[in-house]
Design a protein around this ligand. Structure first.
Ligand code: PAF
Length: 283
């Protein structure tokens, strides 16, 4: 495994592999690696000749009052996980080599970037789309791997890839959960023991909503979910939304396949989770 910090060196190395005919898999991460990332690594290693894991806490996707400065950076542990996962290259650039003062170009994925988390985290998805586009260019990736826990991020990246004619195929991977049901996330490390136990109820509540989808209207599903979340208790609910699975447009009662997404706060930690809901007997 080789660690590369310089974007140009990474690009030249990736291009050499590309010219050799190697298929390249990219796994973009912000580090603080966990089982969710490992599941992406496994899939990438299996499906490509060469794998590049990027570890970059991207400043452009954090708002001024968010956790950019305190985002966990266990570098040695992360490198060990990459090594054990048989990753070929770890791309670990410095912030000013990706976004120097002179940087002026951003990519926006209209509409998709404005809903769900986008309405609470201004410019977040502009930062995500821009860094992912840069990583695609630097890595010459044939495939890039993303978890569906960040479902909105996934749909935005898919749209950007299509709209801008990237050759990179987007591979979506299932949510990995702790045995309690809590969706694994780097930010779970902010939770204390009590908060972690409480957070395990989120998935239980999502599963009840998915059951209700078969015979209850959206208004009551959302209200029941809100009431149940309040009982956990969560400190704040940012949103409870039911959206069309394919394009995140608002779903109507006749929708067959929807995504039920929540964002909430447990103490000072913001958590997101989602579940697909399908009407039985229809595809
Ligand atoms: O999901 C993440 O970890 C980040 O948003 C990503 C895709 C690595 C971009 O910084």
């Amino acid at each position: 495994m080789k660690v590369i910090k310089n974007p140009l060196e990474m690009q030249k190395t990736a291009f050499k592999h590309f010219k050799n005919g190697d298929e390249i898999g990219l796994i973009p991460t912000m580090g603080a690696l966990h089982y969710g990332h490992v599941s992406l690594f496994k899939k990438a290693v299996k499906g490509n000749d060469i794998t590049i894991a990027s570890i970059f806490v991207n400043p452009t996707q954090f708002g001024p009052n968010e956790d950019y400065l305190k985002y966990p950076k266990p570098i040695q542990k992360d490198l060990e996980i990459c090594r054990k996962s048989c990753i070929d290259y770890v791309f670990m650039p410095l912030a000013n080599s990706m976004f120097p003062m002179s940087h002026k170009t951003y990519v926006e994925v209209k509409t998709l970037q404005d809903t769900l988390c986008g309405s609470f985290r201004k410019n977040h998805f502009r930062g995500v789309a821009t860094v992912v586009l840069k990583l695609f260019n630097i890595s010459c990736a044939d495939r890039a791997y993303f978890g569906i826990k960040d479902f909105q991020q996934l749909r935005i990246i898919e749209r950007m890839t299509k709209d801008l004619n990237f050759k990179t195929k987007i591979i979506s991977c299932p949510i990995v959960r702790e045995s309690s049901g809590l969706a694994i996330s780097s930010r779970n490390s902010y939770l204390n023991d009590t908060e972690r136990k409480l957070s395990a109820n989120i998935y239980k509540i999502l599963k009840v909503a998915a059951q209700d989808f078969k015979n209850k209207d959206f208004k009551s599903i959302k209200k029941n979910t809100f009431d149940r979340l309040k009982e956990i208790p969560v400190s704040k609910v940012d949103y409870i939304e039911i959206l069309n699975f394919d394009d995140l447009s608002p779903a109507d009662e006749n929708a067959k396949k929807v995504i039920f997404a929540v964002a909430l706060w447990i103490g000072g930690t913001r958590l997101i989770d989602n579940i697909f809901m399908i009407k039985p007997g229809r595809s």
